[in-house]
Design a protein around this ligand. Structure first.
Ligand code: IMP
Length: 174
């Protein structure tokens, strides 16, 4: 039997709260330019599309693709497979992640973006597994802190499977 960690209802409710928090944050920033929201492909797609649609602030959506996982194990070698195509200098950038585990992926992305002189880089993740960190990461907005278990569903995969479940559950197979 599946061990559901976060139900569809809890996910939806939390995304609404995150969208409100981000709207309030951006209201205070009062920037002239549209903020750039970067979806980290592929796992963040569901979270990203729901989050940006719940925002009142108008934003630009961009996509970056990285790879580092083989099965359930991080290779610790993060490669950028597809970069964003918009100029982010002097703009507020939000990196939207599905999950932060070792922190290597998000830290690689933020280092890359920092070289492009953005006004600010903020990190928003649906899930955080802080006990597995290998590098320090500043998480600005977080949906749920979870235990160090391998989870799938709601965009999260194991070898491209299990993404299309509306809830998140602990993967207990081999
Ligand atoms: P990090 O670089 O170790 O922080 O891992 C980030 C990426 O690893 C995420 O964007 C996911 O693609 C993947 N990942 C980490 N933990 C899990 C998990 O529990 N389930 C599915 N994917 C995971």
């Amino acid at each position: 039997m599946k061990k559901i960690l976060i139900s569809e209802y809890e996910i939806q409710r939390r995304i609404e709260e995150l969208a409100n928090q981000i709207d309030s944050y951006l209201e205070k920033e009062d920037s002239d330019d549209y903020p750039v929201f970067v979806c980290v492909l592929t796992g963040s797609v569901f979270f990203f599309s729901e989050l940006v649609r719940k925002l009142k602030t108008e934003v630009i959506t961009e996509y970056i693709k990285v790879s580092s996982y083989q099965g359930k194990v991080s290779t610790q070698n993060v490669q950028i497979l597809k970069d964003i195509s918009v100029d982010i200098s002097n703009r507020i950038v939000f990196v939207i992640e599905d999950i932060i585990d070792t922190g290597l992926t998000v830290s690689k992305i933020t280092s890359l973006f920092k070289e492009r002189d953005p006004a600010k880089i903020l990190v928003c993740t649906l899930l955080d597994k802080p006990s597995k960190r290998l590098v320090d990461v500043k998480v600005d907005f977080c949906g749920f802190v979870i235990p160090p278990e391998f989870v799938v569903g709601y965009g999260l995969d194991l070898d491209e499977k299990y993404r299309n479940k509306p809830y998140i559950y602990v993967f207990e197979g081999e």
